[in-house]
Write a protein that binds this ligand. Sequence first.
Ligand code: ADE
Length: 256
Amino acid sequence: MFAAHRPSGRPLAILSALAEEQDGLVEQLQDGQRVRHAGREFWQGRLGGLHVVLALSRIGKVAAATTSVALIERFDAGAIVFTGVAGGVGSNVQVGDVVVGSAYVQHDMDASPLFPRYQIPLTGQTAFAADAALERALLAACAVGLQGLQHAGRTPQIHQGLIASGDRFVNGLDETRGIVEALQSHGHQPLAVEMEGAAVAQVCHDYGLAFAAVRSISDRADAAAHVDFPLFVRDVASVYARRIITELVRALALND
Ligand code: ADE
């Protein structure tokens, strides 16, 4: 299933912004090798039988784009999966849920009136779609990987839809409303906000590589977001990432 979307022999890149978002994966690497490049650490090895490269981008769209290019140019990544956290902005997207992105838009891209709002200038592109096979694989990995898990007494719900990225930690209901209503007035219905995904999607689009992302919801992008976010990142994010990615690589290795 997946192999058709990833040139054979090339590793799957697993990218996160923060170490806590992929804690435990490095420890599971077989034949793990650490390489320093572009001011970052990359880990090459095998995970669940699949050839992978793990990387941390740090926060923001430029950091994510730099790391994505390094993954492709230096580490020969054949596809990129992002795993991390996001603020839930869809009405039923709660802390502890996950969102698998089906498309990615930059909510702070605005070169209007030269170009339509949200459009990446000179490309004609606004939202970048996830690779359909990788998105399906992530959804399946969430369903299996999160089985039996509870967060704050709730079973995590798995959502699928638009993720909006921007160089802003969204930390207030007025700010959230502004971002969501502006996107909606241009026909976009975001479920979550974060700070990297659409940049990685754009790089992968430019290179013709498959991309998909899963975000666990750490906060509601409201006035408590700066309190909820670090607690979730510290205590929960790596549990979700480990369960989902372990399941993803197991399923992809079977199809390799
Ligand atoms: N990542 C997690 N929560 C976020 C928020 N509220 N805004 C931007 N990125 C986030």
